[in-house]
Design a protein around this ligand. Structure first.
Ligand code: SF4
Length: 258
């Protein structure tokens, strides 16, 4: 490994360890399903959780799961070979959610929202069937920031993505060990390792205009403030509810400063 890649490795590894500890993501006896689409994020997730498993003082199981959604041209030979090469227990699930999405979404609308919803539904059901009590997803800091800004700008909500929560329907714990890591480090590490990447655009869709706008907005803001992403991360970690506007959060006392 070059010095730069060693630094990237250490950074990712440290942030994942901290995320797992801070949010009690993995405990003794867990069986963690790792959702692997084959993109750079999920391959990093799998790689680093495998390393964590080898070094952890507790015993837990992992199961890598890929959902083949029936997109035209999906290279279904890549992940089985990679799982075998990485010596990881795995399962490939074939469900044609692609046809459902094509059928339901008409015109210029993008597919991603329905596609991801269907994918999540299948994965969570599968986790319950395969006795996995946790599902690890590969969302990273850029995803959290974009979701946070999209919610604030378009939905009137102060919310991002939870690092660890439980689904109401299936009772499965969802964990996001990469939540504090910038996407660029994951891309760097995947590229340095020459991992075979399965693209997420085989369906011909693209992220919606709003998400593209938010992405470019954050990139523009970063020109003047290179620390903007870590600053937003810290803001999400330090909400001062006394200075927000929800009446239920008001403690009934007048705040002493503004
Ligand atoms: S790009 Fe295609 S496969 Fe990826 S989430 Fe969007 S609709 Fe689904």
């Amino acid at each position: 490994m070059t010095e730069t890649i060693t630094k990237t490795f250490n950074k990712i590894n440290k942030e994942i360890g901290k995320a797992i500890a801070d949010f009690n993501m993995i405990e003794k006896g867990d069986k963690v399903m790792i959702a692997v689409s084959g993109g750079k994020d999920s391959l990093n997730l799998l790689h680093f959780l495998q390393l964590f498993q080898q070094k952890a003082p507790i015993h837990f199981e992992i199961l890598a799961v890929n959902l083949d959604q029936g997109q035209p041209g999906f290279p279904d030979h890549i992940l089985p070979a990679l799982f075998k090469d990485w010596n990881v227990p795995h399962h490939i699930e074939k469900r044609d959610t692609y046809s459902i999405v094509i059928d339901k979404i008409k015109g210029a609308n993008t597919y991603c929202s329905l596609c991801s919803r269907l994918r999540r539904g299948v994965l969570y059901d599968l986790a319950a069937k395969m006795n996995c009590n946790k599902v690890a997803l590969g969302h990273h800091l850029d995803d959290l920031i974009e979701t946070f800004l999209m919610n604030a700008f378009y939905s009137g909500q102060l919310a991002s993505m939870a690092p660890h929560y439980k689904t109401d329907k299936e009772g499965i714990n969802i964990i996001r060990p990469l939540y504090a890591i910038e996407e660029k480090y994951l891309a760097e590490f995947a590229e340095a390792n020459n991992w075979p990447i399965v693209p997420c655009n085989l369906c011909g869709s693209q992220d919606g205009m709003k998400r593209q706008y938010i992405k470019s907005l954050v990139t523009d803001l970063q020109q003047n403030n290179p620390q903007i992403k870590s600053s937003i991360l810290n803001a999400l970690r330090n909400p001062d509810t006394e200075f927000l506007l929800k009446p239920e959060l008001w403690k009934g006392e007048i705040a002493s400063s503004v």
